[in-house]
Each structure stands twice: as C-alpha cells, then as structure tokens.
Write a new protein. Structure first.
Length: 194
C-alpha cells in the first residue's frame, strides 16, 4: 500500500513539474498612444569571422575606408501605437547618422525589437536589428547586430528609454483668435449684404 501511495505522489509531482515547465510568460502590450523613445548606443565591427592577415590595416575593406569604431548612434523618435499599427517618426539623430528606416516590429512592456537602416559618416550604409529587454521604461539590448555596407558584420550595445509623450493642448488664444476672425468676417459680409 505504501508503494502505491509513493507512486501516486511521484506521479502528481511529475505532472506539476511538467505543467510549470510548459507554462509560457504572457507579454504585456503597450497601451495605445504615443511614446517618446530615446535610443543610445554603439556598434563596432565583428571581424572574428573575417580572415585578416597579421598586421593588416583594418581601415580598408575592398578599397572602402571604414570609419574607426565604435560608431555612436543616438536617436530620438516618436512611436505611436493604435491596435496592431505602429508608426514611427524620427525626430532627431546624432550628427553623421541619417536614419532612413526605423521600425518596432515587436513592442511589449518586457521586450522590444528595433530594426533600423540608414547612412553613417562618409556615406556608408548600415542596417541593424536589436532585441531589448527591461521594463518601467528602460531597456537594454540583449542582441544588437547589423552590417556596414552589407559586408562588414557589426555588434553593438544599446539602451532605450520610453516614456509617454506630453500631449500638447492648444492654448485658448490659439483657438479663439481664428474663430473670432471668422466670426468677424461673417459679420462684415452679412452687413454688406444688408
């Protein structure tokens, strides 16, 4: 009888462990609205898989001059979410970096994915993808990889801060003056008709 009760106890424990191991963590979506995003970090070339002769000058790649690392990236953007639609407006980027495309394919409170492309100093094209984890508005990259000129692999480290954007409410004179002007014109036009 003891053997059966021990077997039943072990079976219940195994089912509990399997249930816990199979549980998934539910991600929390950002609420609909506009968020101000500040992305800051740096990329450096990953030359570990590129054969380089000893003593070689790494400032040239097939005749193209590669600027010296690390490459600093700093971007301010507004990210607006409405349901599944996410729109991104780049507000400002550091000098020497032009952002052509900035997307947030995944935007959760716990994890964010950022995909970007653009042009950096000296006309070099870059593209990159990063995964960030965190919460309470501050996120750190776990993976940040990309390419410079589609040939040189890059690795980086980034921090992203996200906060709700201040919604500017127009001041009273901004709305009242045009309304009064239209009412005045309507009054003058009516008097001319009479």
């Amino acid at each position: 009888m003891k053997n059966i009760s021990v077997l039943i106890t072990l079976a219940v424990l195994m089912v509990s462990v399997v249930g816990i191991a199979g549980a998934t963590v539910q991600m929390t979506e950002f609420e609909d609205g506009c968020y101000c995003v500040h992305l800051k970090g740096e990329y450096s070339p990953d030359l570990s898989n590129i054969p380089v002769p000893t003593g070689a000058d790494l400032s040239f790649n097939n005749g193209l001059v590669i600027p010296q690392p690390p490459y600093i990236v700093e971007v301010d953007a507004q990210v607006c979410k409405a349901g599944d639609d996410i729109t991104v407006t780049v507000l400002e980027s550091n000098p020497g970096v032009t952002i052509n495309s900035l997307e947030f394919p995944m935007l959760y409170q716990e994890q964010i994915e950022v995909v970007a492309s653009g042009t950096c100093s000296m006309g070099h094209l870059f593209s990159g993808n990063m995964m960030l984890v965190g919460g309470s508005g501050t996120y750190q990259s776990t993976v940040a990889t990309g390419f410079l000129d589609n040939t040189v692999p890059m690795n980086g480290a980034f921090t992203v801060t996200i906060k709700e954007c201040d919604q500017e409410i127009p001041e009273f004179p901004t709305i009242a003056v045009p309304v009064l002007a239209i009412m005045g014109l309507a009054f003058i036009m009516q008097r001319r008709k009479d």
